[in-house]
Design a protein around this ligand. Structure first.
Ligand SMILES: NC(=O)c1ccc[n+]([C@@H]2O[C@H](COP(=O)([O-])OP(=O)(O)OC[C@H]3O[C@@H](n4cnc5c(N)ncnc54)[C@H](O)[C@@H]3O)[C@@H](O)[C@H]2O)c1
Length: 383
């Protein structure tokens, strides 16, 4: 686990597709002070061999259980299609391995809760993507709201939609599974917006929703599946109405029907002002509106975000937070209880849309103060 005196997380990477190639494999190289790539595993043996060699892994596997049993690892990074996640996390826990799990952690509330229980019973750390809780912009946003910058929040408007994987040039793999049962735009995108919002406002208490398939056919634009026509069989267009309790309401859209938007990703409307956030998945930019008759301060202003370029602002920062938790015993602020709530919001959105009813939620999660979020100053080239 060490290079010289420095402890490092010994990682086995499951799935070396797009997310691995774009984010996690480069992270193991650029952040080698904390991360040590020991093994890779992919069903596609040529892909596994190629990227294992390129990034200096000691061992290459096509069978996950073989990697768990035989590789010299203390953690796995699970980067596979969504419907496999719960089973793969539970197997890692069974083998005593700490886990980085890409979003979503599981496809059902029951599976998400089973993961938490197994991990807690065995002292296993489960670091969950997306990495919103690690991002300097999220920390700044939570600081602003808790300091009363906009007073009491009454309303939130949140959008986390895109046009979906495979809609732009540059696909390294066949992304068609994202549009089919077991995945879908909400499973892929909602976590970013839900974590961003619930970290500030607390858990959703009840919701109603509508969902539909707006674009029943997709054509993969680039990469190995270029030209492939995909029949969409899971809703790609979802709108929720959310009740956070305390007379605070919200709306959120999530799915694969938004080519571009000039609106803020999230707006929080409070008794003393408005906060708008921009940047897509993460809070990269914040603007504050005040109309304070006591101090005569009125209008919009940009808010600074300290350390916006730190490593914690990059997508695979979840591996760093896992290393901090496993090697140094630091609290994991992107742990699985928050993700259980996200999985429940997704599940209850399907239910509310299907039944046309308002549905109550049952889960909560430990609220984290902005002061307890990581504040790393080192920077990295990784985007
Ligand atoms: N594509 C993106 O833009 C993106 C961005 C951030 C996060 N993610 C997340 O990363 C995860 C993976 O997505 P992706 O885009 O890399 O998908 P992908 O299809 O590009 O890669 C998945 C890889 O897993 C491998 N695989 C599938 N089943 C396997 C099995 N049983 N054993 C071993 N390997 C197996 C596939 O061969 C493939 O190489 C998902 O949770 C996704 O939500 C994707």
């Amino acid at each position: 686990m060490t290079t010289g005196d420095t402890p490092r997380l010994k990682i086995g990477m499951l799935g070396v597709g797009a997310a691995a190639q774009w984010y996690y494999l480069p992270a193991t190289k650029l952040w080698s002070d904390r991360l040590d790539l020991k093994a890779v595993c992919d069903l596609d043996i040529d892909r596994a061999r190629h990227f294992g060699e390129l990034y200096g892994a000691d061992a290459v596997f096509t069978d996950y259980e073989q990697m768990l049993s035989n590789a010299d690892i203390n953690a796995v990074a699970i980067l596979t299609p969504h419907e496999r996640h719960a089973e793969e996390v539970l197997l890692a826990i069974e083998h005593g391995k700490h886990v980085l799990i890409e979003k979503p952690m599981a496809g059902s509330l029951a599976d998400a809760e089973a993961i938490c229980e197994a991990a807690e019973a065995q002292g296993i750390q489960v670091s969950c993507a997306p990495p919103n809780m690690l991002h300097p912009g999220q920390r700044r946003l939570m600081q602003l709201v808790s300091s009363g910058a906009i007073g009491e929040v009454s309303l939130v408007r949140n959008t986390r939609s895109s046009m979906g994987p495979g809609s732009r040039p540059g696909a390294p793999t066949d992304f068609s599974w994202f549009y089919q049962s077991g995945a879908g735009g909400m499973s892929s995108m909602a976590g970013y917006g839900l974590i961003k919002m619930t970290a500030v406002l607390g858990p959703v208490k009840s919701l109603s929703a509508m969902s539909c398939i707006s674009m029943p056919e997709r054509i993969m634009r680039d990469g190995p599946a270029k030209g492939k026509v995909v029949q969409v069989d899971v809703p790609d267009n979802n709108v929720m109405v959310l009740d956070f309790g305390n007379n605070t309401l919200g709306t959120m859209d999530t799915g694969y029907v938004m080519m571009a938007s000039e609106a803020p990703d999230m707006e929080l409307f409070g008794t003393e002002g408005t906060l708008s956030t921009y940047g897509g998945d993460q809070v990269e930019k914040i603007r504050l509106y005040k109309d304070d008759w006591k101090t005569d301060v009125a209008g919009w202003q940009d808010v600074d975000i300290p350390n916006l370029e730190s490593r914690m602002s990059k997508h695979p920062s979840t591996l760093l937070s896992l290393a901090d938790a496993v090697l140094d015993g630091k609290p994991l602020v992107n742990g699985p209880r928050h993700m259980v709530h996200v999985v429940e919001v997704i599940e209850k959105t399907w239910l509310a849309a299907k039944t046309r009813q308002t549905v109550d939620l049952t889960t909560t999660f430990p609220m984290v103060s902005w002061e307890d979020l990581p504040f790393e100053t080192s920077t990295a080239k990784l985007v």
